[in-house]
Design a protein around this ligand. Sequence first.
Ligand code: B12
Ligand code: SF4
Length: 580
Amino acid sequence: MTIEIHNLRWTMESGRGITAKILVGHIIQGVSSTLTKFGDEFAGGESCKNAPNEPGVMIVLTASDIEMSDFKLNPFMAFAGGFPQFLVQKRLYPSLPSNPDGSAKFAPYGLRKVESLLVEEFGEENVVVSHPSNLHRFIGPRTKIVGISTMDPLGTGFVSRTYTSLLGLDGKPATLAEFEDLVYHPALRNCNAKIIVGGSGAWQISDAKMQERMGIDTVLVGQAEHSLIQIFRKALAGEELSNVITMQTPSHEEIPLIKRASIYGTVEIMRGCGRGCSFCSPTLRQRYSLPLDHILREVELNARNGSKMIILQTDDLFLYQAKKNFIPNKEAIVELIRAVEQIEGVEYLQAAHASLAPVVYDKSLIEEIAPAFVEKSIWSCRGKRCASVEVGIETGSARLMKQYMRGKMLPYKPEQWQDVVVRSVELLNDNEIYPLATLILGLPGEQEEDVLATIDLLDRLESSKLFYVPLLFTSEEESNLRRQRHGNLKDLDKAQWDVISRCWKHNIDVWNPELSTTIMLACIASYPFYSLKHGKKIFRPVMRISGLEDRLLGRKVGVKCQSDYCVPDLEFITDDGVGE
Ligand code: B12
Ligand code: SF4
């Protein structure tokens, strides 16, 4: 099946990662009619309008439709959730199947962790994870808590903010529209359950002071493992909870195994990063590599339950069991990948994120693991299997790297960042890995010279194969730059628009040149609208993306560069205390 992602055409090797036959054998055991002692203690008696003959389940967990879908097993497509709702049709994110009892067969990984903690404490029969469409079956007079997980409830995450404003279409981001559908869902409102929202986007609700308006009783910020049970106990006992609670950081031993399958077969191999980029929230989580046995048990569980795909969740694959100074642990990484790829049922394997410096540091590492990712990739590029991974380039400016991302290029120096990026992307490309790379515009204090440095870097990468996602800086609540002003589209100057248009021109040229005539016509037709929306500075970017600039000037933008010639061998910082 061929699909198009932001004009990028890749071919998926199959449809969805679900084998219904296998799944049926592994559904949860059903809501028992015998309530546990604990359940009885807290069970209410009030009537409510959902499923009149069902008592309901004490704790019901859910997430919005869009966060409960796998976008037809396409994790990159899921980022379209940040686009205006009218562009992201429902058919892009069909609902995943439910078990015969109505519980969800697949759910977001973080929600599965929460479920696991609650099941351990309150028993299977008192906890259920449900798709929004089945909530009426589970929320009844006994229901005391509805727990909602969310990554981007108000659509103010980086992708949503950037592309909703860039497209200038003033629509609600799909993630917001879907979250509203969920919180105002009649099934939630018919009974007296407390609504508790958690997950990495929960902060958006308290930040925007939307909690009361949305009828949310409590927002829980942070990781659940240490504090959740105590908080839920209080809620079940009818005690008042604060509006917003920041949960304490858990210890490693508190992280449970998931009990049921996660969407995309997501399995955490690490938590936290520690490279310390100031705009980033995962870096605040303490870095921890999960034991191999723990990882393999979750992979097996997902595969057994019909997930053909496994996403290894990490903020940097190369940090798995890393040594001092972020030196990659090749043996541990290779052992992990070998073990995972051999598990029966794992047809597709994808790493969530990787950093660029380790690729340069030890190129034999990527050479050893790339074949597994390519062979088990869901992507094919122009008829050949190819793999991808999300990487962060963010900027070409050594000054900004020094100021905000000192750890990102370790064990190299900030001044070497451009060389690290160019060399690393070339090595990835040589091994059939075509990264999806983010760039950040509008970091606090960004000067024209910083943006020009990014343009330089884009020029140096001109002949590389990667897919760029330029983003506006977003001050996430759980990051060190949380008090800083968001980057805004209306504040972008000529050079910053230049970056955006170069990135998208590259994406079209590399991934979908066949579309260039259509894009040219679309650019000409929409130019009056965009010049009204964003002003005259849009002229050059539109000319570039349309391809008219190239045609009129009879040249290609940028300078071609072959890695072997334009990047010298890189010397890394030795063990002198950098990167602790
Ligand atoms: C895997 C992933 C995805 C997958 C999701 C797969 C899935 N559904 O399971 C995909 C690719 C679909 C995805 C998409 C998006 N993602 Co994403 N994603 C991640 C990633 C890399 C890992 C998530 C994960 O599993 N973590 C491990 C688990 C254990 O942690 P957790 O999910 O945070 O869960 C813990 C707590 O949050 C809490 N918790 C979770 N749920 C609940 C529920 C309740 C009731 C409670 C009390 C607590 C609680 O307890 C859990 C255990 O401690 C994170 C980065 C990261 N390191 O976390 C980004 C991240 C969550 N994504 C993010 C964003 C913004 C998005 C998008 C919205 C992009 C966009 N458009 O802007 C899209 C969503 C589009 C959509 N479909 O709606 C941001 C959220 C930032 C924010 N809002 O502040 C993150 C943090 C990345 C970042 N660096 O900023 N993502
Ligand atoms: S390298 Fe990535 S995950 Fe780590 S701190 Fe920087 S942005 Fe965050």
